[in-house]
Design a protein. Structure first.
Ligand code: CTP
Ligand code: CA
Length: 227
């Protein structure tokens, strides 16, 4: 059977996937984090690899094993995640599925903060993290041919996601409803809408593994066979 046959449409293609939360240090023993499990990003990495792509998965701290057939880079903070992504370029496609912390502590303490050191109220000053999806979308010459982001929204899901696509300059956005009622965070199912230049496609509620396979198939269609 030919190596570039219908089973391996992404043979010869390089893919980068970000996954999981990031941890932003407060001091050597404490951090700011979020509820991302990494399930969706890891499922996408696995699905791209199953279609023959050479996949690098840049993941924040998760309890999941590395998917088979994928090169995994383990990072903690948003800044480390961006550096690992830059190292991995050039790629044909990037999927930013990580729940990157929007803020980090402005100057993390070198030593453990002691109780009482802030009086009866300790204030943390936060500063914005680099936006990995926007940075890769606007990378100029080294820009991946196809840049896919997620939009985690709790209301007006499609409207907010459309605005996000325009703002960041990515090609596609998978919008998902993370309102508490849907149980997306940590759960196995996901309801997503694929937003492209051509419009919006709403996918039925399905497992994160199925969303991963569906997205990988769409990516294979969009990229076509490798030269
Ligand atoms: N993202 C990223 N780097 C960041 C923040 C977000 O790469 N510092 C990516 C996520 O991986 C996702 C997309 O941007 O693909 C959208 O993330 P989201 O949190 O929904 O959007 P934000 O732009 O951070 O806006 P907000 O959280 O205010 O809705
Ligand atoms: Ca965010």
């Amino acid at each position: 059977r030919a190596l570039t046959g219908p089973d391996q449409p992404l043979k010869g293609r390089r893919a980068l996937v970000t996954s999981g939360p990031t941890h932003e240090p407060i001091d050597p023993v404490r951090y700011i984090a979020n509820r991302s499990s990494g399930k969706q990003g890891h499922a996408i990495a696995a699905a791209l690899a199953a279609l023959g792509a050479e996949v690098t998965l840049v993941t924040g701290p998760v309890t999941l094993p590395d998917p088979p057939g994928v090169r995994a880079m383990h990072v903690e903070s948003a800044r480390d995640m961006l550096a690992a992504c830059r190292e991995t370029l050039p790629v044909d496609v990037v999927v930013c599925a990580a729940a990157v912390a929007d803020w980090r502590v402005a100057d993390a303490a070198d030593q453990k903060l002691k109780k009482g050191s802030g009086g009866d109220a300790l204030a943390l000053s936060l500063t914005e993290n680099p936006d990995i999806l926007a940075t890769l979308s606007q990378a100029g010459e080294g820009r991946p041919g196809l840049v896919v982001g997620f939009a985690a929204e709790t209301e007006q899901v499609v409207e907010h996601a459309r605005a996000k696509r325009d703002r960041k300059g990515c090609d596609w956005i998978l919008a998902n409803d993370v309102s508490a009622a849907t149980g997306t965070f940590g759960g196995d199912a996901n309801t997503v809408h694929l937003i492209t230049a051509d419009g919006v496609e709403s996918w039925p509620a399905q497992s994160k593994a199925e969303v991963g396979r569906g997205l990988a198939a769409r990516i294979a269609d969009a990229l076509g066979p490798a030269a």
